[in-house]
Design a protein around this ligand. Sequence first.
Ligand SMILES: Nc1ncnc2c1ncn2[C@@H]1O[C@H](COP(=O)(O)OP(=O)(O)O)[C@@H](O)[C@H]1O
Ligand SMILES: [Mg+2]
Length: 265
Amino acid sequence: MTAMLEIRNLRKSYAGVHAVDGVSFDVEQGSITGLIGPNGSGKSTTIDCIAGFQKADSGRVVLGSSDITGLAAHEIARAGLMRTFQTVRVYDRLSLRDNLTIAAQQFDKAKWTDELLRTARYREAADAAEKRARELIDLVGLGRYFEAEAGILSYGQKKLTALAAALMPRPKVVVLDEPVAGVNPTRIREIEEVLQRLNAAGETFLIVEHNVEFITNLCHHVVVLDQGRKLAEGTSAEIHTDARVLEAYLGMTPEMAEAEMRGAA
Ligand SMILES: Nc1ncnc2c1ncn2[C@@H]1O[C@H](COP(=O)(O)OP(=O)(O)O)[C@@H](O)[C@H]1O
Ligand SMILES: [Mg+2]
């Protein structure tokens, strides 16, 4: 397996608080990797440092074969690490197609001068963007709204549109910050299926989430943080039976967890 993203010994303090205290892990190419932990364990700070929204005090972040440590957020996005936000960013007055083609233009090699001159290169880029937009909107299950204004979509559908937009420039890794926070429970399963479809189509995800069930259903590999440190990592099954994780995160002893599983069986 190849690591698409390597995080090595990342540290970040705020006025003496060790928010992230020497965290290392890999996101394998083609994986869905989960980052979980109790409130205040350092999840947001970790992904902020990875994506360049905060500057780490020390440590290294390598994306593919590029060292992206200390780069600005827009440079990291250009290098191929996209982050979607808890708050949805779609343009309500634009169609889903236009929301996506605009997202692609930010990273296109074809420049505004090309558009002005309507060069072959520009038309080629525009055609490719349109085709990719169609594919992605189909993959997130919103094909019938392709030409519709994004303003008519539900909150969950807007989140899926924002996700599709983030995938337009073919990122190497997509970081999702709490993708099911505030989403109706009946829709969570849909988002899970969409992420599985996108993953099957080759996308690599790092997902930060409070919803443990969502993470354990979806993720090939789970990293658990506690008080700024990596407490454990492994498959969902390994995490679920790890005594330290059960105690620190789920507030259970292994006996309680086992009793609960017997109860559920
Ligand atoms: N901008 C900030 N200024 C000061 N302290 C912060 C800041 N951001 C986070 N922290 C502190 O760092 C620790 C980790 O926070 P955070 O990364 O938000 O954890 P999580 O996302 O897991 O809830 C917490 O103790 C939090 O209070
Ligand atoms: Mg957080």
